[in-house]
Write a protein that binds this ligand. Structure first.
Ligand SMILES: O=C(CO)COP(=O)(O)O
Length: 235
């Protein structure tokens, strides 16, 4: 539930006055989606932080992909670690949400990542492959162009502990190999795998140098003027 803070006014001016070299997508809380879509130029994408798995029905409090599209928004983040770990969303539910969002015409940023105890007990691969499988089972071959995978180790989100570039690259390579072996070589090669978890202006360049890190999912640092440096990490 990241808020919109005063620092963002400064950020907005910087982003709007610079020529964007990368795709930038802003994901405000649901209640601000329409305002943000109307305020930002079309060169900046807007994403919902979550959406539900069906188009209509008695699901008080939920937002369907159709409603998100109604306000001109074209992307949804699904499976964020807080959805999984605070709100108890299962792999199965996240897979169903991904399948429905894609069918409804949204692009999706699908988050996966292990908890600290899972990493420490040597289960990182098992966890992220299981999460990835639950998602990929719901994606049709022609929908992959609308999918971005976000690897976000839970222990690195909002903690100030970033995965080292080598740690992140190692998992990204494994995820790509999994896609190669279980989906297709084409999907493995073309799907963007972005990294999230305490990305800052200080560590973004080093992370961006890794060959399999195709972008970032940024929380705290996106609320600061430094965010512009993260957008330009590859330059
Ligand atoms: O996933 C994230 C935000 O939702 C990452 O957050 P931080 O960049 O603050 O670690």
């Amino acid at each position: 539930m990241h808020g919109i803070e005063p620092a963002n006014l400064h950020l907005e001016r910087q982003i709007l006055s610079s020529t964007l070299s990368q795709e930038v997508v802003c994901a405000p809380p649901t209640i601000y989606l329409e305002h943000v879509r109307k305020t930002l130029p079309s060169s900046v994408g807007v994403a919902a932080q979550n959406c539900y798995k069906v188009s209509k029905g008695a699901f008080t409090g939920e937002t369907s992909p159709a409603m998100i599209k109604d306000v001109g928004v074209e992307v949804a983040i699904l499976g964020h670690s807080e959805r999984r770990n605070v709100f108890g969303e299962s792999d199965e539910l996240i897979g169903a949400k991904a399948g429905h969002a894609l069918k409804a015409g949204l692009k999706v940023i699908l988050c996966i990542g292990e908890k600290l105890e899972e990493r420490e007990s040597g289960n990182t691969e098992e966890v992220v492959f299981r999460q990835l499988k639950a998602i990929t089972d719901n994606i049709k071959p022609d929908q992959w162009q609308n999918v971005v995978i976000a690897y976000e180790p839970v222990w690195a989100i909002g903690t100030g502990k970033t995965a080292s570039p080598a740690q992140a690259q190692e998992i990204h390579v494994k995820l790509r190999k999994w896609l190669n072996d279980n989906v297709s070589a084409d999907v493995a090669q073309k799907t963007r795998i972005i990294y999230g978890g305490s990305v800052t202006a200080d560590n973004c360049r080093e992370l961006a140098r890794e060959g399999d890190i195709d972008g970032f999912l940024v929380g705290g640092a996106s609320l600061k003027p430094d965010f512009v440096q993260i957008v330009n990490a590859r330059q």
